[in-house]
Design a protein around this ligand. Structure first.
Ligand code: BG6
Ligand code: MG
Length: 213
């Protein structure tokens, strides 16, 4: 009964976690703020500015909004320098084959990402013109767990939420999906989420879900 699927990008279609970590770490070191991989895990699915606020919880200093925007910009420059090395080799065969099959059987495919770098990342991994709709962090006012990004993606596909499945690796993303009236499939961190209807071990399980097997 699903006519379309909306995929989160980071942690679902490709893996940018390590790059986010390195870029935030470089900023945090410069500011003398403690930062580790556990804290990095808390940044999944949420916006750049909200991520910065979490990182600055460990700072003794109080910064102005203007300073925080500069820090976020600095982190993004480090991050973009790292993204340059991404290529179609960063798209797994499992993910690519599954997307191809889903498309062949008539399923509409969209991206719903909090990232403002989503279109650049899609280009790097060779999916620049692949999806029927791409909605990213540049187009939304409210980040996940607000459902805005997924609702806009469903609207672009011309499909109601109840006929769209959302695939997510972050708790904030599963919550956004449920709040928007979507069924959610969790993988990675979010695989064990009690709010996800499906718990994916492998990406290609999506084919069975869509064909109703
Ligand atoms: C999400 C990531 O996809 O994008 C988050 O899971 C990240 O960790 C967010 O903070 C915003 O990314 P960007 O590329 O706009 O800084
Ligand atoms: Mg994600």
């Amino acid at each position: 009964h699903y006519q379309g699927i909306i995929f989160d990008l980071d942690g679902v279609i490709c893996h940018t976690d390590a790059y986010h970590y390195l870029a935030w770490k470089k900023l945090a070191d410069r500011l003398g703020v403690y930062f580790d991989k556990q804290i990095n895990n808390r940044l999944r699915g949420i916006s750049r500015m909200e991520s910065l606020d979490i990182i600055l919880e460990n700072s003794k200093n109080v910064y102005t909004d203007a300073e925080k925007h500069e820090f976020a910009e600095e982190k993004n420059e480090y991050y973009r320098q790292l993204l340059v090395q991404m290529s179609p080799a960063d798209l797994s065969a499992d993910v690519k084959n599954t997307l191809d099959i889903l498309r062949k059987i008539g399923c509409k495919l969209a991206i719903g990402s909090s990232s403002k770098n989503a279109r650049y990342i899609l280009e790097r991994i060779g999916l620049g013109h692949y999806f029927d709709a791409v909605v990213d962090g540049n187009e939304i006012q409210h980040s996940k767990p607000d459902p805005e990004v997924f609702l806009l993606a469903a609207q672009r596909l011309g499909i109601v939420s109840s006929s769209c499945l959302v695939v997510e690796d972050a708790a904030a993303g599963i919550e956004a999906a449920v709040r928007g009236g979507f069924d959610a499939a969790g993988l990675g961190d979010a695989r064990v989420s009690p709010f996800a209807k499906y718990h994916l071990i492998q990406f290609d399980e999506l084919i069975d879900i869509i064909t109703g097997n």
